[in-house]
Ligand binder design. Structure first.
Ligand code: BG6
Length: 488
């Protein structure tokens, strides 16, 4: 169904996210005829631009396809200083003007794509200008990541937002939830009688998640050096994936039912105390190296990064979920920058058979009984199991059943931002993180942040750029086997 007519107000519209992700996603929705009948984007930022200048800037990031000129006519710009309360009067006037011009309803989505220091300022000023509530129209607020930098700041941010907006109006974005295969995990698990009965500690030996990037910090050294892999990827994106892998079936497919189940997973994470951090968590930082004949800088030499930085660009963790379904099943996650390839995948390792009739070393090796959910690239699902090698004897070899998600769609798979923007336009918060779950996820990682911050004896291992991270991350998993190396 089409969403109601509305205006999307983007704070931080002259920034990178708007150009690289939001505008291309909106253009795609436009081409797919999924935008509301009347739809306007109002960029709001400090840079002084006219509508035409904003459109010209947008143009650089939009593909030159049919319709692009018409799409650009929906884009407007209002220079404002988001921290100045008085500027919100101008914003309000401009919104009223656009509504009159297009004879449209005053439904608004405010998208905060600004530095996080403005996340509590903008909602406050929106509220004082009377823009956060309306009897007749909807008012929604999308908050970009990072949602806080630790448990305390995330709680404060939640409290502050809730002073001006209701929880139902707040959409905390985690773009991993917009990825097709993440949503597909719900369908794979809860629409097939063959997987779900096995999806528990009786049949699953361990769960492994790898999210590798071959890129480094790409000019974001200033931001990243205060963040690191734990905050940048694990606390949000990867724990959200755990939520989808581990949750109980929701009562219905609706935002709160699903988000209640995700919250319960986070509440069941076995806490890792500060003194256990070195046993369960490994951190690393990439050092200079030569990749395909080219010299690559180490993290500490990247622009914006402190030369003595102890910020991790790699983290691996082992943890447990203490509930009925997952008792005793270890979960392993690793993520890092400047690894050999870009891949995000979840590997469900099923237990092996109770008694090996055939050559045991063969039936165990080669990764039999694995279900691999590839989040990216080449979204899909791979099932690995043992088959008899043709010919004499009973030799077992591993075979693959490999499903590529692209085979299902003749058009392009929608990007995470397309899906999430459209959901918010339609008022569906299922794929957005709820405040309580975000806090619970911070609660889990907080002792790790504390231990790393206060105990210089916890090592940060160097790993040459282009390798799979510190060897100690292999030791973390080694009693159970090895990590799956997707590009080997
Ligand atoms: C972002 C992080 O949230 O996710 C980046 O800030 C990271 O550091 C990116 O590169 C990864 O997203 P994707 O969709 O490319 O896996």
């Amino acid at each position: 169904k089409k969403a109601e007519n509305q205006i999307l107000i983007i704070f931080g519209a002259s920034g990178d996210l708007t150009k690289r992700k939001l505008l291309p996603a909106l253009f795609q929705l436009y081409k797919d005829k999924l935008l509301p009948d009347k739809f306007v984007v109002l960029g709001a930022s400090r840079t002084d631009l006219s509508d035409d200048e904003f459109r010209a800037k947008a143009d650089e990031f939009l593909s030159k396809e049919e319709g692009v000129e018409d799409f650009k006519k929906m884009l407007f710009y209002q220079p404002i200083s988001p921290s100045e309360e008085k500027d919100y009067g101008k914003l309000k006037e401009r919104l009223t003007e656009l509504e009159k011009q297009y004879k449209m309803e005053a439904n608004y989505i405010f998208y905060l794509s600004t530095p996080p220091s403005l996340y509590d300022v903008i909602p406050k000023h929106l509220a004082s200008a009377g823009l956060s509530k309306s009897e007749k129209f909807f008012r929604r607020l999308i908050v970009e990541k990072p949602f806080g930098s630790d448990l305390k700041s995330a709680k404060e941010l939640n409290i502050s937002l809730l002073n001006y907006f209701q929880e139902e109006q707040i959409y905390r974005i985690d773009h991993y939830l917009g990825k097709e295969t993440v949503q597909n995990m719900l369908v794979t698990r809860f629409s097939n009688g063959i997987f779900e009965p096995l999806w528990n500690q009786n049949y699953i030996e361990r769960v492994e998640i790898t999210s590798a990037e071959n890129l480094g910090v790409e000019g974001r050294g200033g931001y990243y050096d205060h963040s690191g892999a734990l905050r940048d990827m694990l606390q949000n994106h990867l724990l959200q994936l755990v939520g989808f892998v581990a949750m109980e079936p929701p009562v219905v497919v609706e935002a709160d039912a699903i988000r209640n189940e995700i919250l319960k997973v986070f509440q069941s994470l076995r806490p890792i105390s500060e003194s256990q951090v070195s046993k369960y968590v490994i951190r690393g930082q990439y050092t200079d190296s030569v990749i395909k004949g080219e010299k690559v800088l180490g993290y500490r030499d990247e622009p914006g990064v402190d030369h003595l930085s102890r910020t991790e660009t790699f983290v691996a963790i082992k943890f447990f979920i203490d509930n009925w379904r997952w008792a005793g099943v270890p979960f392993f996650i690793r993520t890092g920058k400047k690894l050999p390839t870009r891949v995000t995948e979840i590997v469900i390792h099923f237990k092996s058979v109770p008694h090996h009739l055939f050559n045991p070393s063969q039936s165990l090796s080669g990764g039999n009984n694995q279900l691999i959910i590839r989040i990216q690239p080449d979204e899909g699902i791979l099932l690995k199991f043992g088959m008899k090698t043709p010919g004499a004897g009973f030799d077992v070899q591993t075979v693959n059943m490999d499903f590529h998600y692209s085979d299902l769609a003749d058009k392009h798979l929608s990007s995470a931002y397309e899906r999430l923007l459209l959901d918010c336009m339609q008022g569906d918060a299922t794929l957005y993180a709820r405040g309580d779950a975000v806090e619970e996820a911070w609660k889990f990682v907080q002792p790790i942040i504390n231990a790393w911050g206060t105990n210089p004896e916890i090592p940060i291992y160097g790993y040459p750029a282009g390798t799979w991270g510190p060897e100690d991350s292999d030791k973390l998993i080694s009693p159970r086997g090895t990590w799956r190396y997707p590009c080997k």
